[in-house]
Unconditional design. Structure first.
Length: 414
């Protein structure tokens, strides 16, 4: 272990000596002032009897495992300051997001680099430690000498995250966000990875993350989260923010989430939604939760059966937000009744002028909106379907159920 490194567990309890070598007290905590320097320890909090004293970083002459020597004895009583991020109080044992490792981890120690600057010595946060090695250090502090602990921890693989990659979850409204949460990093994550992070956080942490990112990213992540947690998250958010997130979700997913909420809360969120998505969601809420109508999505591509392949491709280009989940184009007649389905893949092996009706090879399997959930899942299994159109009593196309919807149903029933 390099002599230029020091761990928080080693710093705590170090004796502090004045210019004459007399013991003033011991280190109880250390604090950053992020607006001044995001990595340098700015203050050391020293326990001296029943009082705590504050030592500035530029008063430190030397730091080692043997103690801290001061070069200036002008000490002041400690007063709480909201601009500080205290290592023990605010960071140790707190959860952080490792945006590169895409997981939530708990801080078990902090690694500092010792740097000499002019006539004083300063500590800079280098890494936060989250592995077994740091747990071992904490367990052994006070049990054996610090030097022994360093030697014995050698065989244990280190596990740490660079300080610049850490985003501290600080949801308490009475205290400031100690370090800037990076929405950009969170928004770049795969929704499933972000959902894993959100699910592992405590309720206030979930709210802090989802309110810090854009509504589209929040909606994608929320779609991957367990329904019960979805409901609790939306209930904790401001109504306007909850409405913004639901507007970015597919209508069927938004309807499913609202069905999990108390009726009063659901109505408040619906009132805040814009008219078009609101109407679609309200239509779906009229169907039973475990029916085809309750499972279906109202976002799909339907064209007249006389349309050509070229027109279909143009329509796909205009529906870029559906491309990831779209696997079929549905055909309708002049009365908007279902007339067939064409797999999207077949468009790319047909000529531009070919009629879509010519590409239909078999009658489309469909269900009515009132069909039971068990029957719907049975059809997907029997016919190996990727999508299933839903029609009303007049045989008009009103929605589609996708394989993703079936997966969500099966997952929820486990």
């Amino acid at each position: 272990m390099a002599d230029t490194l020091l761990f928080l567990t080693e710093l705590l309890g170090l004796k502090v000596y004045d210019l004459k070598g007399r013991t003033i007290g011991v280190v109880k905590d250390a604090a950053l002032v992020p607006v001044v320097d995001p990595a340098r320890i700015d203050r050391y909090l020293i326990g001296a009897g029943n009082t705590w004293l504050t030592v500035r970083f530029d008063q430190i002459r030397s730091i080692s495992l043997d103690g801290i020597e001061l070069g200036d004895e002008q000490l002041t009583p400690y007063h709480s300051d909201e601009s500080m991020l205290r290592m023990v109080r605010d960071l140790m044992d707190q959860q952080i997001i490792d945006a590169h490792g895409r997981k939530v981890v708990r801080v078990t120690d902090v690694t500092y680099e010792i740097r000499r600057i002019n006539h004083h010595v300063a500590l800079y946060v280098l890494e936060v430690d989250v592995g077994l090695r740091s747990v071992f250090r904490r367990l052994m502090q006070g049990v054996m000498p610090r030097g022994w602990i360093r030697r014995l921890q050698g065989p244990i693989a280190p596990n740490s995250i660079r300080w610049e990659f850490c985003n501290i979850i600080e949801p308490d409204p009475m205290r400031r966000l100690r370090l800037n949460l990076s929405p950009a990093q969170l928004e770049k994550m795969h929704p499933a990875d972000l959902a894993d992070i959100v699910e592992e956080l405590p309720p206030q942490g979930r709210e802090a993350v989802l309110t810090s990112i854009d509504s589209e990213s929040a909606a994608e992540a929320l779609s991957e989260i367990d329904p019960e947690i979805q409901a609790s998250i939306l209930e904790s958010l401001e109504t306007e923010k909850a409405a913004d997130i639901l507007e970015e979700m597919s209508p069927d997913e938004a309807a499913d989430v609202l069905q999990e909420l108390e009726e009063e809360t659901s109505e408040e969120i619906l009132d805040e939604m814009e008219s078009d998505p609101k109407e679609e969601v309200q239509e779906l809420l009229e169907y039973g939760e475990h029916t085809a109508g309750g499972m279906m999505n109202t976002e799909y591509v339907a064209l007249p059966k006389e349309a050509t392949v070229a027109e279909a491709i143009a329509s796909l280009r205009g529906s870029s937000d559906l491309v990831d989940s779209l696997n079929a184009i549905f055909l309708i007649d002049a009365s908007e009744r279902l007339a067939g389905a064409v797999p999207v893949a077949r468009l790319f092996v047909a000529s531009d002028r070919q009629k879509l009706a010519d590409l239909v090879t078999e009658d489309a399997v469909f269900v009515t909106a009132k069909e039971k959930e068990a029957r719907v899942t049975g059809l997907f299994d029997k016919y190996n379907l990727l999508s299933l159109p839903v029609v009303n009593a007049q045989h008009r196309l009103i929605g589609v159920i996708t394989a993703d919807d079936i997966i969500s149903v099966l997952r929820a029933s486990r």
